[in-house]
Design a protein around this ligand. Structure first.
Ligand code: ZN
Length: 194
């Protein structure tokens, strides 16, 4: 049994070699794939293509990592960059929303006091509707995982009383995740610094 990736229109073989199975069509005695997926030659020389989902789908409860792009009280707009599944970062590109009431689990007036534009946050998907996807950062493991000094733009360090910029010697407030400054942060900083 062979297995490899094919794209729509890819030549698979002749009708003498294989029978046309799922996602495979025949033209002038030759077989081609009609979708993108994994080509499998199964018993009786039947060629089938198992379609591959081009894009992972967000599910309820998924952990996501993204960057805050906009704040329109009481809504914070987050551009998701990764889904975190089984400890792996899966690249993903989707705009999701964080409502002020989902920062601490109760309504607050100024969401922008605790989450700021350019912050990198980790949250969980709590709502999926046809028009919007909402996340929450209420849990201790969720929140801002990387923030930058509003003055000098350098990454802030977590200290007891908040986030601190050693260059400007000033502190800032955020709803941080307990992993702030952990491995995810280091990966992100490396990415930004190239
Ligand atoms: Zn600074």
């Amino acid at each position: 049994m062979a297995e490899n990736i094919v794209l729509p229109g890819d030549y698979i073989g002749t009708e003498e070699e294989y029978l046309a199975g799922k996602c495979v069509y025949s033209l002038d005695g030759k077989l081609y794939s009609s979708c993108a997926g994994k080509l499998k030659i199964v018993k009786d020389f039947e060629a089938t293509v198992e379609p591959i989902d081009q894009k992972p789908q967000l599910k309820f409860g998924d952990e996501v990592i993204g960057v805050v792009t906009d704040i329109n009280e009481p809504i914070i707009v987050v551009q998701v960059e990764y889904i975190l599944r089984d400890g792996k970062l899966i690249p993903y590109d989707e705009r999701v929303l964080l409502h002020a009431s989902r920062i601490f689990g109760r309504f607050i007036n100024e969401a922008g006091k605790f989450v700021k534009i350019r912050d990198v946050i980790k949250g969980k998907v709590v709502l999926i509707s046809p028009t919007r996807i909402d996340i929450s950062i209420e849990k201790p493991e969720d929140g801002v995982i990387l923030a930058f000094c509003m003055k000098c733009r350098k990454p802030l360090e977590k200290i007891n009383t908040g986030l601190y910029c050693r260059y400007c010697q000033r502190t800032e407030l955020r709803k941080t995740a307990d992993i702030y400054g952990g491995e995810l942060l280091l990966k992100k900083v490396k990415e930004i610094e190239g």
